[in-house]
Design a protein around this ligand. Structure first.
Ligand code: PEP
Length: 249
């Protein structure tokens, strides 16, 4: 039976105590959930949330990490630090990192390879802006982001990569791609992956959709053949809105 990967990205929200409270609530309400579940609190709350999630079915994710193992990199957080406190997954290449902090595919690729070298799973985010979509550049943007982000990643390491397709115009805006439109882009992502890693790997790759996923649209999105999960921002900040998404079936 197909299993979906539902991930919550808490972004720059919640104090440590607020994060612990939500993690405890989710731990109780999602115990036994049939989907793969991850939550990504802010860096400051990761250690405390890690302790809450011990023994639970919810994976701990980080929202970003530095491209170096350690050293003189003011303000960065290292893969070794994340691993040390129980982080299992890292979100890389989120559109907010690409657009607000000008992260390039080359930088994202260094982070992807470093995370995988330390056995941390990666959610690699890709997505086009509205202007790029309207200019007919959707496939070239997505193709470049996928190929750039995955450069030098061997097939064995690629098995630990999830792709998240997140159209930038749908993030935090309340606008969602129609399930059919999203599925078409997911199919394109799969064809790029097939070119890089072969048909079997492409078939087995989890491709999440992200962009204003809510309880009332998740089932339709997940019913599409190429949509294997969701990366959820705003609706992951409360158990009342995240639990129904995780339990969409
Ligand atoms: C996100 O930031 O990854 C995201 C999909 O946000 P939202 O669900 O709020 O659109």
């Amino acid at each position: 039976m197909r299993s979906y990967f539902i991930a919550g990205n808490w972004k720059m929200h919640k104090t440590v105590s607020e994060s612990v409270e939500l993690a405890q609530d989710l731990g109780t309400k999602l115990a036994g959930c049939r989907e793969k579940i991850m939550i990504a609190p802010a860096f400051t709350a990761l250690d405390a949330v890690s302790k809450v999630l011990q023994g639970s079915n919810i994976l701990l994710g980080a929202q970003n990490m530095g491209p170096e193992e350690q050293g003189a990199h003011t303000g960065e957080v290292s893969v070794l630090m994340l691993k040390d406190i129980g982080v299992r997954v890292v979100i890389l290449g989120h559109s907010e990192r690409r657009h607000s902090y000008l992260e390039s595919d080359a930088l994202i690729n260094r982070k992807v390879r470093l995370a995988l070298a330390h056995d941390i799973e990666v959610i690699l985010c890709v997505g086009e802006t509205l202007a790029e979509r309207e200019a007919g550049m959707l496939e070239s943007v997505i193709g470049t982001q996928l190929k750039g982000g995955l450069a030098g990643v061997n097939p064995e390491a690629f098995a630990k990569v999830t792709i998240a397709y997140e159209p930038v115009w749908a993030i935090g805006t309340g606008k969602t791609a129609t399930p059919e439109d999203a599925d078409a882009v997911h199919a394109y992502c799969r064809s790029v992956i097939a070119g890089l890693y072969g048909e079997a790997a492409a078939k087995g790759t989890i491709i999440q959709y992200g962009g204003s996923v809510k309880a009332d649209n998740v089932a339709a999105l997940m019913s599409e053949p190429n949509i294997d999960g969701a990366l959820v921002g705003g609706a992951s900040l409360k158990a009342d809105t995240f639990v129904p998404i995780a339990q969409f079936r």
